[in-house]
Design a protein around this ligand. Structure first.
Ligand SMILES: [Zn+2]
Length: 65
């Protein structure tokens, strides 16, 4: 079985792990309230659509009932 000839230095280990950080997933921000939203989805907070540039769901009317 193959065995490493040298132990991995702290520097080498750091260089290898420089790619291990999590990258932010694709997301957009609501044009109206600037909350993070999924692209092409309505804003869960204010019901705004970035695609159609208008409010599709009136969130205030929904919570009143
Ligand atoms: Zn919003």
């Amino acid at each position: 079985m193959a065995v490493p000839k040298r132990r991995t230095s702290a520097s080498r280990k750091g260089m290898r792990r420089s790619h291990h950080g999590l990258k932010p997933k694709g997301h957009a921000y609501c044009d109206r309230c600037a909350d993070p939203i999924k692209p092409h989805f309505l804003c869960a907070k204010c019901g705004w659509s970035n695609v159609q540039k208008r409010e599709l769901v009136n969130m205030e009317a929904k919570t009143e009932g």
